[in-house]
Ligand binder design. Structure first.
Ligand SMILES: NC(=O)c1ccc[n+]([C@@H]2O[C@H](COP(=O)([O-])OP(=O)(O)OC[C@H]3O[C@@H](n4cnc5c(N)ncnc54)[C@H](O)[C@@H]3O)[C@@H](O)[C@H]2O)c1
Length: 254
């Protein structure tokens, strides 16, 4: 029960990883503020959290929109009085070869994958400091920030930006008792990974290109990534700040 009496905000809570993190944190006692662009899957996550006795408020909307984050922060504080944890999980990974990348598709990747995290941090840090005396932020980057992945160069660039953001936030807010860490997952068994694999004609070849360098020849179960997020968000990780942690089945080991 590492999150007893604590309040966590989770973006991308309707997605495969976000759903898992929301259930994991609720299972350890956290009260939750959840958001996602997709109202149906967000509602499903909220329902699952409540079914196991958890409590949450939810806000549908674009995580890169001021109103979404502002409304969720207000609703979360109104319901639970504080915010201790932010999990920045919302993201997109449209598979686009470099030659086909447009200004608009590149901007959309940077906006959704990096700017949305910055915006949430800007809005939530003052609330964390005022209501909880500090807090912990976990930003989801990707192994694609560390190594090349097929058709995911724009995605990798946006996730590399998340690493720069994470270190800067850790540095700038350390004196306010804020810790900020990033994780770099390899392929996770979620709708996102399925979309990338299915963009290739040859599914087996795609899987080989995406996971062939992993020592674990499979996609991660979302639980295997959620457990790292929960650790970094908890007080157990009190000496971790500005870290960039791969959870990639050994993809970057050699
Ligand atoms: N699945 C993988 O293989 C993998 C690997 C490395 C990193 N990641 C990262 O993990 C995170 C979670 O991805 P996932 O695997 O659960 O994929 P997913 O597609 O299941 O979930 C992503 C969620 O983000 C939401 N979202 C997208 N754009 C949004 C926006 N503008 N505003 C609000 N919500 C938005 C989607 O609606 C979806 O629910 C992402 O940041 C992703 O880049 C995933």
């Amino acid at each position: 029960m590492r999150f007893q009496d604590k309040v966590a905000m989770v973006t991308g809570a309707g997605g495969g990883l976000g759903n898992c993190v929301a259930r994991r944190l609720a299972g350890e006692g956290a009260l939750l503020g959840l958001t996602d662009l997709a109202g149906d899957t967000l509602a499903a996550t909220a329902e699952e959290v409540r079914r196991v006795g958890g409590r949450c408020v939810q806000q549908v909307g674009d995580a890169a929109d001021e109103r979404t984050i502002g409304d969720l922060v207000a609703a979360t504080v109104a319901a639970f009085g504080r915010i201790d944890v932010l999990c920045n999980i919302a993201g997109i990974s449209p598979p686009i070869p470099i030659a086909d990348m447009t200004r608009a598709s590149f901007d959309r990747l940077m906006h959704t994958n990096c700017y949305a995290q910055l915006l949430a941090i800007q809005r939530i840090v003052p609330v964390m400091v005022a209501t909880a005396g500090g807090g912990a932020i976990v930003n989801v980057s990707s192994v694609g920030a560390l190594v090349a992945l097929p058709r995911l160069t724009g995605y990798g660039a946006s996730k590399a930006a998340v690493i720069g953001l994470t270190r800067g936030v850790a540095y700038e807010y350390a004196e306010q008792n804020i810790r900020c860490n990033a994780i770099c997952p390899g392929g996770i068994e979620t709708p996102m990974a399925t979309e990338v694999v299915e963009s290739f004609d040859d599914r087996e070849a795609a899987l080989e290109r995406l996971t062939g360098r992993q020592l674990e020849k499979r996609f991660a179960d979302p639980e295997e990534v959620a457990s790292l997020i929960a650790y970094l968000a908890s007080d157990e990780a009190s000496f971790m700040n500005g870290a960039v942690v791969p959870v990639d089945g050994g993809h970057t080991a050699w």
